[in-house]
Design a binder for this molecule. Structure first.
Ligand SMILES: [Zn+2]
Ligand SMILES: [Zn+2]
Length: 193
């Protein structure tokens, strides 16, 4: 049996479709060669964390809150999947956020849905976007910064158009950085261009 890179806990927060979670675990296992579990408990953030004026949560606060809830489980990495929208000043919103020091990241799902932009629901497109943003934020937890290669999953996404343009894969440079951080990614996670 091959050695696993790290252990990962996927923590659902708010409503997340079960089939999305199930597929995501399999894809991330394959991309990162990781041992991944989904938390059996769905977490709901306290309403006092909600910014009623903006209709969003403050992403950094959510990250710390999830961390406080699950750090005792001692996973190497924690990935929050959040069924609500969030922001970080000075941005209007974020697709995700990571804290490399705590080894935690979160992805906020509403803006990854085609219907958010007035398109018809499309589960495949929605799932692809979730995979890319999860890979991107996990990359940050291993110290990767934004990449200038627009096809690389570590390139910064200003809008959903950028998310769709990039691949669910790390460029050669970013793959090498991951390797020096001790993460040997699967071949489906390497961008060959
Ligand atoms: Zn980023
Ligand atoms: Zn890159």
């Amino acid at each position: 049996m091959s050695r696993k890179n790290f252990t990962l806990l996927i923590q659902p927060c708010g409503f997340i479709e079960f089939n999305i979670l199930k597929r995501l675990v399999e894809v991330l296992k394959d991309k990162f060669n990781v041992e991944a579990d989904v938390s059996t408990e769905n977490l709901t953030p306290p309403l006092t964390y909600y910014d009623w004026r903006r209709g969003q949560y403050l992403a950094s606060r959510i990250l710390d809150w999830i961390y406080g809830k699950v750090k005792f489980l001692n996973y190497d990495r924690i990935l929050g999947l959040c069924g609500f929208d969030a922001y970080v000043e000075p941005l209007n919103f974020v697709f995700g956020l990571a804290d490399p020091f705590k080894g935690i990241a979160a992805v906020f799902l509403p803006r990854l849905k085609p219907e958010f932009y007035g398109f018809r629901p499309n589960n495949e497109k929605y799932f692809e976007r979730i995979v890319k943003e999860c890979m991107h934020e996990l990359g940050h937890t291993f110290g990767l910064e934004h990449c200038t290669n627009k096809k690389c999953v570590m390139s910064f996404s200003n809008s959903i158009v950028d998310v769709d343009y990039k691949s669910a894969a790390f460029c050669r440079n970013c793959s090498l950085k991951l390797r020096s951080a001790g993460v040997e990614i699967g071949s489906s996670a390497i961008l060959f261009q």
